[in-house]
Design a protein around this ligand. Structure first.
Ligand code: DO4
Ligand code: MG
Length: 274
């Protein structure tokens, strides 16, 4: 089942048929320990409705959005390189190997854009990239109950100048895209699950690459468990799990670029750069 937040309320898709959830609003639905049961009940009892992708909203409303970093070897290497003049290199190597993961606050719901809405690059950044990341939806009791697609937009020049600038490189209006849906599942995704990134500029592919979850060094359950240490999330929380794809150092996003991120079994998240 796939869950969508839409302008018409929550809608659940099963076998290509769309059913409205009329018993709960988005926040009460996502904070419920019975999310899967409520979605099943809507599939069994509510009359199907037509589905218009133009009605899709971001799945983050009152939910905070957090992110894990340096969880793939490619991210570790790119960060060591970008921060070498600032002496940040050993920190990235150490966090890649450490038991405690890097976790950082990424966005409030207000800063998150939906599928087909524009993401932003910072006006004071000169080197910006998208980061295509499997994103967990974790219920208030700490269990992973769904998966979505996240784009952790990042300003590499700001982060590379000094790792202490990370919040400015990562958190700004339009810095995160999530969607288009939440795949409702408590089961781990297969390590063979592929993540694809394609960036199109003037109708030509400017960058494309893929990875799989086999390259993700951390167990998603372990990331969730660290996030919930001494932290509560009464409305549930989204956790991006890090990027395994970083374009080469000569690539930066331009206004008008189209970013498409696909993850097997979830779908495709598409956003143009404002
Ligand atoms: O350490 C900086 C950020 C890392 C990150 O966002 C990633 O690896 O995806
Ligand atoms: Mg990231």
């Amino acid at each position: 089942m796939k869950l969508y937040r839409t302008t018409l309320g929550p809608i659940v898709e099963a076998n290509g048929i769309f059913h409205p959830i009329t018993t709960h609003d988005w926040d009460t639905l996502l904070s419920s320990p019975n999310l899967h049961t409520i979605a099943h009940a809507a599939v069994n009892n509510s009359v199907p409705v037509p589905f218009d992708p133009a009605t899709i909203l971001s799945p983050a409303l009152s939910q905070e959005v957090w992110a894990a970093g340096v969880t793939y070897f490619r991210s570790r290497s790119a960060r060591i390189e970008e921060s070498k003049d600032a002496g940040g290199g050993t920190f990235y190597d150490r966090v890649y190997a450490a038991a405690r993961p890097e976790l950082f606050f990424k966005a409030t719901g207000r800063r998150v854009v939906a599928h087909n809405q524009p993401v932003r690059i910072r006006s004071d950044a000169s080197w910006s990239v998208p980061e295509p990341e499997l994103t967990l939806f974790i219920s208030p009791n700490g269990s992973i109950v769904g998966y979505t697609i996240g784009n952790d937009m990042s300003s590499r020049d700001i982060e590379g100048e000094n790792p202490l600038y990370l919040p400015q490189a990562k958190v700004y209006d339009g810095s995160c895209a999530l969607g288009p849906c939440i795949l409702l599942s408590s089961d781990p995704l297969s390590p063979s699950t592929a993540i694809h990134l394609e960036i199109t500029r003037n109708n030509h592919t400017a960058f494309a690459a893929s990875t799989t979850l086999a390259e993700l060094k951390r167990d998603p359950k372990d990331l969730a468990s660290y996030l919930f240490r001494d932290n509560s999330f009464p409305n549930g929380v989204f956790l991006l799990t890090g990027t395994g794809i970083v374009p080469s150092d000569d690539f930066t996003l331009h206004s008008g670029d189209l970013i498409r991120i696909s993850i097997d079994t979830i779908g495709t998240l598409q956003n143009r750069v404002a």
